[in-house]
Write a protein of this length. Structure first.
Length: 361
């Protein structure tokens, strides 16, 4: 594959040679604006995917495969299947299907790396679009979930009784913990980070905002966070707030928080047990509450460039930073020995080709 290749050392004009892994990148340093060739970027990594193509992760069955195939078409080469707050039997049904999909990737599907358990360990006062099934967490329950499918990331409201110590236990077990759907303030956020929390779930959304006399959870993220996810659909978060986060959080990365409505026409879809409505480019509950998104990662990249990020920086925000966050050292970068996960974009940043572990879609 030839073009302007984004490597960890910068842009190279040349050829990327690969099998399942990248064998070599041959060429010389280049300013990609100096020619009209295609861009070759690391495949996108999305750690917050609820659905797509009319299907929802909570359905179980073949839903994870259908969703992973749809997102692959938009350049996502690996993802975390994300659950909802729900009754225990619903969560277990979803995890059985996700676990099976993790073990056996289907043809032309994004690699499902594991689970982002977004619920049920959240604050019932900050549900957002989550159904009202929030409850306190136990380490034994998390371990039983992990037996079904690998728990890579768990969203926790740390102010709930027992959750602060659980944050420490999960972090010690190698599971990334994000603060989200929380009513906790600045001090709670700082304490959770000290206990091992690593990031923040859809920054700014479903958490106390910033005020100069009450910094809130957003203030804790901006002052102390190294990582946080953000939804750059330009609907969930104003471009000015995105720019604020970019200046404050060194390894801010993008997620879609995509629902079954992603890649589909306007209409009604399911998000867990709730009906959501896609219209005017967004997804909402009947009362108007934002309920995930229709975003795909290629559009996330274009939106970042639209608000002023250089393409190389935008690429890191949709790929490398998330890989680093998950400890995926052979994904999210184009270098010999890494998985041949990459996207080819034209000069308008539209997808021309997608390769997942060396396989062309």
């Amino acid at each position: 594959m030839k073009g302007n290749i984004l490597t960890p050392e910068g842009w190279v004009h040349g050829a990327l040679r690969h099998g399942v892994l990248i064998d070599a990148i041959e060429g010389s340093p280049v300013d990609p604006d100096s020619n009209g060739d295609d861009y070759i970027l690391p495949g996108f990594i999305d750690v917050h995917v609820h659905g797509g193509a009319g299907r929802d992760m909570m359905e179980g069955g073949d839903a994870p495969h259908v969703i992973a195939a749809m997102h692959a078409q938009y350049g996502t080469t690996s993802l975390l299947a994300t659950t909802m707050t729900a009754p225990l039997e619903d969560i277990r049904q979803a995890l059985d299907a996700i676990g099976a999909a993790c073990r056996a990737r289907g043809k032309k599907e994004a690699r499902i790396l594991g689970v982002h358990l977004e619920g049920p360990y959240i604050n019932s006062g900050k549900l957002g679009a989550q159904p009202p099934y929030a409850r306190e967490a136990t380490l034994d329950e998390v371990k039983s979930f992990d037996d079904q499918a690998p728990m890579r990331l768990i969203t926790v409201a740390p102010e709930i009784d027992g959750h602060m110590e659980l944050v420490r236990q999960l972090a010690n077990a190698g599971i990334r913990v994000q603060i989200g759907h929380t009513n906790g303030g600045y001090e709670v956020g700082v304490q959770a980070l000290e206990h091992g929390a690593a990031g923040f779930t859809h920054l700014f959304n479903a958490m106390p905002g910033l005020h100069h006399r009450d910094p809130g959870m957003v203030g804790a993220a901006l002052a102390h966070g190294e990582y946080a996810e953000i939804i750059p659909d330009l609907l969930h978060v104003h471009p000015g707030a995105i720019k604020t986060a970019l200046r404050c959080i060194p390894k801010l990365f993008c997620v879609t928080d995509s629902t079954a409505a992603a890649g589909m026409p306007d209409g009604e879809y399911m998000l867990g047990r709730q009906v959501v409505h896609k219209c005017m480019g967004g997804v909402r509950l009947a009362d108007g509450t934002l309920a995930g998104s229709t975003l795909t990662m290629d559009q996330a990249l274009r939106n970042l460039v639209k608000i002023g990020l250089p393409l190389a920086d935008a690429s890191r925000r949709v790929s490398t930073n998330a890989a680093d966050y998950l400890g995926e050292t052979r994904r999210g970068r184009l270098a010999p020995g890494c998985h041949a996960d990459f996207v080819v974009l034209d000069r308008e940043l539209n997808i021309k080709a997608v390769y997942i572990e060396g396989e062309a879609l």
